[in-house]
Design a protein around this ligand. Structure first.
Ligand code: GLU
Length: 481
């Protein structure tokens, strides 16, 4: 237990938190000596300081790309733009990428990048200059490369930045036929895939749907039934929080009773219209002034509001030693990376709160990134070969049913929408969602199998780490390490 100078228990840094969670898992595993250390440590962190001439002077920026594990290549992980980016954070996030990819069987090692910048301070042209220069610095060291290191969006970055990075890489590697696969999360017209933007939020929805398919697991959290009517508090209405909240309320009948944002929170026990509030935030820069529900300026307190499911979907460390005893929920699903510190994790476990861990809960992003990367390497969109053939085969069935319909007269008829729905072959978006749903179900089942079959594994996080570490260890062993 680490103490600060006043004798209080010190909050661990993000990287220390991830290491502690890793240590809890390996303590009950049987890894060969030295392998544990090899897996835990971050292989390399590259720090670059570069200058960009703008506004009449040269401005210097600091960027990072950390490679945690190369047991599989390419290594994968987003690039974050925030003033708070630092080495500890990037290394923790890179480690989480290793475990995340292993857990959802995305064939990648773990990596992460970051740039110390407040994107709101710069216009689009300036952001492009900075992004291209950062991409140049990384690409010339193979830290952006289709077969070695493939970045993606993270906090503060999105499709726009990924398109610049892809183009920059392409300019530097004009004859590389796989140049498009050097980065994922690109816009659809620049080599992207349908469903990538929504992917992490969609993954959170699929994760919860799978959790609620197991009544015994719900019972551990003191919950029953399905998602219908469950009260949800969401922290952060960025890309991940927005999509998760939207799908859970619009498609699963859950009630989003509070949304916490930078400038305060909106509470509405009848359920917030997520789309309307999101539109308000986009045009007003915050939740303040939104007409429906009630506004509370102290967002941190709203995080402690009673609910069935709490979804922290923004920054790391928001649930910590200070507030974890007051968190009033039964189930936390970590849509962000590292929102619960190791200290808070311990306190919450002690209180019987069930946690669906980040390395599983937010793996939807990298899963669909994997599909995008495969699409880029195969140079063909998913479904292009099969779709019409599938439709033709379905047409045969429908023709027979129509014959039966005529024969049976009034006593039986086809459901009106059946024909149209059944005939339509799956497009890329449907295939992506199906692949993501399958991935989230299978990964959950692997975790719960360990959780329920071992007495020494009391929670899902420990189970998730065990599944992931076992897979990484296996791949090292197969390499002869
Ligand atoms: N930044 C996202 C994450 O933390 C996505 C990574 C990726 O798609 O490679 O998982």
């Amino acid at each position: 237990m680490a103490n600060d100078t006043t004798g209080r228990v010190r909050e661990r840094s993000f990287r220390e938190s991830v290491d502690l969670m890793f240590n809890r898992a390996v303590a009950v595993m049987d890894l060969s000596p030295g392998l544990e250390e090899k897996i835990r440590v971050c292989n390399a962190t590259y720090i670059v300081r570069f200058g960009v001439r703008m506004r009449g002077r040269i401005q210097t920026f600091t960027g990072y790309r950390s490679v945690h594990s190369e047991h599989m290549e390419p290594v994968k992980g987003g690039i974050r733009y925030a003033l708070s980016v630092n080495q500890d954070e990037v290394e923790a996030l890179a480690a989480l990428m290793t475990y995340k990819c292993a857990l959802v069987e995305a064939p990648f090692g773990g990596s992460k990048g970051g740039l110390c910048i407040d994107p709101r301070e710069y216009d689009e042209h300036e952001m492009e200059l900075v992004t291209r220069r950062f991409a140049y610095e990384l690409a010339k060291r193979d830290l952006i490369h289709p077969s070695q290191n493939v970045p993606a969006p993270d906090m503060g970055t999105g499709e726009r930045e990924m398109a610049w990075i892809a183009d920059q890489y392409h300019r530097m590697n004009t004859t590389d036929i796989n140049a498009m696969a050097c980065v994922t999360g690109k816009p659809i017209h620049a080599g992207g895939i349908h469903g990538r933007v929504e992917a992490t939020g969609r993954g959170v929805q699929y994760a919860l749907q799978e959790f609620f398919r197991h009544p015994e697991d719900c019972a551990v959290a003191g919950l029953d039934g399905g998602l219908e009517g469950k009260r949800i508090v969401v922290q952060g209405l960025g890309n991940v929080g927005y999509h998760a909240a939207k799908f859970l309320s619009e498609e699963d009948g859950a009630k989003v009773t509070a949304i916490v944002e930078r400038d305060g929170a909106i509470i509405d026990d009848n359920g917030i219209d997520v789309e309307a509030l999101h539109n308000w935030i986009v045009s007003h820069g915050g939740v303040k002034g939104y007409a429906e529900g009630s506004y509370v300026s102290d967002g941190a307190r709203v995080l402690e509001k009673e609910c069935d499911i709490l979804i922290p979907a923004a920054m790391e460390g928001v649930i910590n030693r200070e507030n974890s005893a007051r968190i009033n929920t039964r189930l936390i699903i970590e849509a962000a990376n590292g929102p619960v510190t190791a200290g808070a994790d311990e306190i919450l476990r002690g209180r019987g709160v069930v946690l669906i861990p980040d390395l599983y809960a937010n793996a939807g992003g990298v899963t669909v990134s994997y599909f995008e990367w495969v699409k880029n390497l195969s140079h063909i969109r998913f479904g292009r070969m099969q779709r019409r053939q599938e439709e033709a085969r379905h047409r045969l069935v429908v023709n027979e049913l129509e014959r039966l319909d005529r024969y049976l007269g009034d006593s039986w008829s086809m459901t009106p929408t059946f024909k149209e729905r059944y005939l339509r072959g799956a497009d890329e978006l449907e295939l992506v969602r199906s692949g993501l749903d399958d991935t989230m179900r299978i990964a959950y089942q692997a975790m719960r199998e360990v959780w329920h079959s071992r007495e020494d594994v009391p929670d899902l996080r420990m189970a998730a780490y065990i599944v992931a570490i076992q897979r990484v260890a296996l791949s090292y062993r197969e390499k002869g390490l």
